[in-house]
Design a protein around this ligand. Structure first.
Ligand SMILES: C[S@@+](CC[C@H](N)C(=O)[O-])C[C@H]1O[C@@H](n2cnc3c(N)ncnc32)[C@H](O)[C@@H]1O
Length: 374
């Protein structure tokens, strides 16, 4: 179901690392109005402006901003800080990596707002789940420590967008609240307090554990759309030769799965090491979910749709519109003209209904002193 803006957003938010503004869409649906956004990528800033004409987007490096660039006192600061170096698939340089270090560029703005008495009561840091273990857990500890030292009660949730959308997309959301009572559990509980989160919490310094909260969020009702429901009926299939070349990259198990399929599925290229040698492999799933969308920087991140055809299995690229649907964007989300720019935008983004759930059910009730409606 398309996500519509909340009838009367009353709370304000700053969006850092805003990309195409999907966090803002979820926040808006959950009762927040974005009053500031920042991203240093010109294409992302263009996409943001095309979809959020009412929100000032300041284009530039977060390290180049000062408190004077930030309007008023926000209720919430949302930071989807870059995660390349933290990704389990990436170089794992952690927060010391140049790109992930941008988190600290954001954090110094929080400190500057605090110094002026304009600090937010809520902060959300979104990242890949690899943040829990990068640098032997030191990165996660560093982020949580910074928040605890600034007076926030801090907790985290590992949320898979697959609960709302037909895409497997686990992400970590570190939520800090101060001067606001968020709903808490006395102990961790699935699905949002995963085993690896519980383990990472156990390794935090005692002062951070003292400031810790197991935030309570209800899981949504059962998802009722699968991948097939989001596919464009008229998209062009690859020709037989191109399909055959891709199918030849499938290992026997995946090839058999593809040959036996009776419904469309998702396929993606992966580098696998077999007997010490790296191979590019086509892998497919037919569980109604797409794999996690990624930015199409390398061949391994491309997603394909694979489906039974009149002469055997056929394949085509996932389109940018399909990717936008997999992220929970409504049909009026304005995509860049090029498919690759659209896929890059979506591969980097946060799933809209996940942000909405956090905003509507945890953040807004805490910040307004209201309880979320059952
Ligand atoms: C993971 S994406 C977040 C996307 C966003 N949440 C969305 O839903 O579209 C990270 C974003 O941070 C931006 N970024 C990375 N380093 C930055 C920096 N130093 N200053 C400002 N923006 C930066 C990138 O251009 C990218 O759009």
């Amino acid at each position: 179901m398309p996500i519509r803006p909340h009838a009367r957003p009353s709370l304000t938010a700053f969006e850092f690392f805003a990309g195409g503004g999907l966090a803002g869409l979820g926040l808006q649906a959950g009762g927040f109005r974005s009053t500031f956004a920042n991203d240093f990528d010109a294409a992302k800033a263009r996409a943001f402006r095309a979809n959020h004409s009412g929100t000032p987007m300041v284009e530039g490096d977060v390290w180049g901003l000062s408190a004077a660039d930030l309007p008023g006192r926000p209720d919430l600061c949302w930071a989807s800080s870059p995660c390349q170096d933290l990704s389990l698939a990436g170089a794992r340089k952690g927060l010391e990596g140049v790109r992930s270090g941008a988190f600290w560029g954001f954090w110094r703005l929080i400190q500057a707002l605090d110094a002026e008495g304009r600090g937010p009561r809520a902060i959300v840091i979104e990242n890949v789940a690899g943040l829990l273990s990068s640098n032997q857990g030191r990165d996660f500890a560093a982020v949580c420590t910074a928040m605890a030292e600034a007076g926030f009660r801090v907790g985290a949730l590992e949320i898979d967008a697959a609960l709302w959308l037909p895409q497997s997309r686990p992400r970590l959301f570190i939520v800090g609240l101060r001067g606001a009572e968020g709903q808490e559990r006395t102990a961790p509980a699935l699905p949002f307090h995963s085993d690896r989160l519980v383990a990472a919490h156990a390794a935090l310094p005692p002062a951070v554990r003292d400031a810790w909260a197991w935030w309570s969020l209800d899981a949504p009702p059962r998802r009722n759309a699968d991948l097939a429901a989001l596919l464009e009926p008229d998209a062009d299939w690859l020709d037989a030769d191109a399909s055959a070349r891709l199918l030849d990259l499938a290992a026997p198990l995946h090839r058999a799965r593809i040959e036996a399929a009776t419904t469309p599925g998702a396929a993606f290229l992966r580098i696998r090491t077999e007997h010490g040698v790296k191979h590019q492999r086509l892998e497919a799933r037919f569980d109604g979910l797409a794999g996690c969308l990624r930015t199409p920087a390398g061949g391994s991140s491309r997603q394909f749709v694979v489906a039974p055809g009149p002469d055997g299995p056929r394949l085509r690229r996932l389109t940018a519109r399909e990717a936008a649907r997999l992220m929970g964007c409504s049909e009026d989300y304005v995509l860049p003209k090029s498919q690759s720019a659209g896929l890059k935008l979506m591969g980097d983004a946060v799933a809209v209904p996940v942000v909405r759930a956090l905003a509507e059910r945890l953040l807004a009730p805490a910040l307004t002193g209201a309880r979320a409606a059952a």
